[in-house]
Write a protein that binds this ligand. Structure first.
Ligand code: LMR
Length: 375
């Protein structure tokens, strides 16, 4: 009995020790976790760098991807230890439709959506989407640099967004699984478009079925045959490998794919003045470089696609182009009535080169602008 009692007691003592040991170990873990958390918090507290999270939807090798990286490098070089730029490409953080709300909620600080995707917030930006009004990218630049063009950068201010710069990609061409030589060829085709009412009307006018889909799903919907075609700039087409699934590319160059670099107005206004002015200066410098880069990428991507086995690039003849123009000009005219007069007047002047010094690029004869829709 005694022994039993002793051994029970001994068991209790061992149990108590074990429980005490477990308790001490648990307390140790808790204390350790608290220390780690405290260190993390104090590290965060002492790291007072300004973080700029920059979200976009395309690959790092596209003009926008390279432009964003260049911006990051220049900012971190110019403002070491003060500003850090984090880039989130390929819809890693947000897709096309989510990016503006994300900026407004402070989940990111910068983005560069296509101008078309911003038209649901500022309808004046539709001027960039009107089909066949800008004969080339130089005309678009002239418009962007005009007072009205610069004024459009402030058009999202009422919803809390500041437009900082325009960045180029290039002109849009149409790809499809059958050759689109004249507008009638597009009848009945499902076409992936960006979220733009002008593009919706444009393809409806052609008797096609437009599908507004995010860029992230572009290649899947083509591969699965959910759509028969799409329109885009050459570098986006090449980067997503559209040429592996679609054989025909109609070089219509009917609209311009460009971006607006945007930021949360409150964030921007709250930056220290010296930081803001360095960022502004870097953006201006980067914009000039990236527009040149976009031009080079457009022709390199076009060349690569042209050399892809089985691919055909269809360049419309004069008569074919006239038939596209006839089909699409009514859409441009319809939407033009909703765009403020001063914006339209500046676009017209840019198209007609009124009041602009237009210099030929070194080594290139100045091309005569393709006749565009009068609007
Ligand atoms: C698209 O959705 O096709 C483009 O706007 C993507 C981009 O950002 O260039």
């Amino acid at each position: 009995m005694r022994n039993l009692f002793v051994s029970r007691n001994a068991n209790h003592t061992t149990d108590r020790r074990r429980r005490l040991g477990t308790l001490v170990a648990r307390c140790g873990i808790v204390v350790f976790c608290m220390c780690v958390a405290l260190i993390a918090v104090s590290a965060e507290e002492t790291d007072d760098r300004i973080i700029i999270r920059f979200s976009h939807v395309v690959g790092e090798g596209t003009p926008k991807g390279m432009e964003a990286t260049l911006f990051k490098q220049r900012v971190e070089e110019a403002l070491p230890g003060r500003v850090k730029v984090e880039i989130y490409p390929q819809s890693q953080k947000f897709n096309d439709d989510e990016v503006v709300p994300a900026l407004l909620f402070g989940d990111i600080e910068m983005a560069a959506p296509s101008l078309s995707k911003l038209t649901s917030y500022a309808s004046s930006l539709r001027v960039f989407d009107l089909p066949m009004i800008f004969p080339d990218v130089d005309a678009v630049h002239r418009f962007q640099e005009s007072a009205a063009g610069q004024g459009l950068l402030g058009n999202l201010r009422s919803i809390g967004i500041t437009g900082l710069a325009y960045w180029d990609n290039g002109v849009r061409v149409i790809s499809a699984n059958r050759p689109l030589r004249v507008p009638e060829d597009a009848k009945g085709l499902q076409i992936r478009i960006e979220n733009s009412q002008v593009f919706f009307e444009q393809y409806s006018q052609l008797g096609a079925i437009p599908q507004r889909l995010p860029f992230a799903s572009l290649i899947d919907v083509i591969r699965n045959g959910y759509v028969d075609g799409q329109e885009n700039a050459w570098s986006n087409i090449r980067s997503r490998g559209v040429q592996r699934f679609q054989k025909y590319f109609t070089e219509l160059n009917h609209s311009f794919l460009g971006y607006m670099v945007i930021t949360n107005a409150e964030f921007w206004d709250g930056l220290p003045a010296d930081v803001r002015s360095v960022l502004q200066e870097i953006l201006a410098r980067t914009t000039a470089d990236v527009n040149e880069l976009a031009r080079e990428q457009a022709s390199a991507s076009r060349r690569e696609i042209m050399e892809t086995e089985g691919v055909e690039i269809l360049t419309p003849s004069g008569a074919e182009l006239a038939s596209w123009r006839e089909a699409l000009c009514s859409v441009a005219k319809r939407f033009a009535t909703e765009i403020p007069n001063e914006v339209l007047a500046a676009a017209r002047a840019a198209v007609r080169e009124e009041g602009f010094e237009v210099a030929a690029r070194a080594g290139e004869p100045k091309p005569s602008p393709a006749p565009s829709c009068s609007f």
